[in-house]
Design a protein around this ligand. Structure first.
Ligand code: CA
Ligand code: CA
Length: 173
């Protein structure tokens, strides 16, 4: 299938400023709401993973690193299928990092413009106050760079945001 895309890309290369990268791919926390995370509790952390590659680069690996002292329950991690048998991932926990890794070789598992959900149960430490998560997405090294993108998920709502949220809620009381 990708040969078709190669042909299209060759045409696209003739166009100046064609972006051939996975810039724009991202990981977002769906739940729980960071403002509702309490110490010494278990949660199923659900993430949306979006591949907004501007060329036909597909994602092979998703790594999400939790804050120190969070305990990741690898036995209860998973993902939502996009198509039958896809994505095809091995799922492992390496220290604080949950990984969904392409396990069938070839090209990546999440095609451009596609998104999916990944999830993992984790225990929040008793000492938890706030923190941040770090994510990485790996592309299948197709076309131009970057083939890796990363970012941070802030679990610490600022006082300003918290105040704003309270005022919004107050409107509905
Ligand atoms: Ca690319
Ligand atoms: Ca693959």
């Amino acid at each position: 299938m990708k040969w078709l895309i190669v042909a299209v890309t060759v045409l696209a290369l003739a166009t100046p400023l064609a972006a051939l990268e996975i810039e724009g791919a991202y990981v977002a926390l769906i739940s729980p709401n960071p403002m509702e995370i309490e110490p010494d509790n278990f949660y199923t952390f659900r993430f949306h993973v979006q591949n907004d590659s501007q060329d036909a680069e597909w994602l092979t690996n998703i790594h999400i690193t939790f804050p120190d002292n969070f305990t990741l329950i690898g036995a209860s991690m998973g993902f939502v299928e996009i198509d039958v048998g896809r994505p095809s991932f091995d799922m492992i926990v390496d220290g604080q990092t949950a990984q969904w890794n392409d396990n069938d070789g070839g090209y990546g598992e999440i095609y451009d413009t596609e998104g999916t959900e990944v999830f993992i149960d984790a225990h929040v430490p008793a000492c938890y106050d706030c923190g941040e998560m770090y994510w990485e997405l790996w592309g299948d090294i197709y076309g131009g760079e970057p083939h890796y993108v990363d970012g941070i998920i802030d679990l610490c709502p600022s006082p300003v945001e918290a105040a704003t949220w309270s005022s919004v809620k107050a409107l509905y009381r």
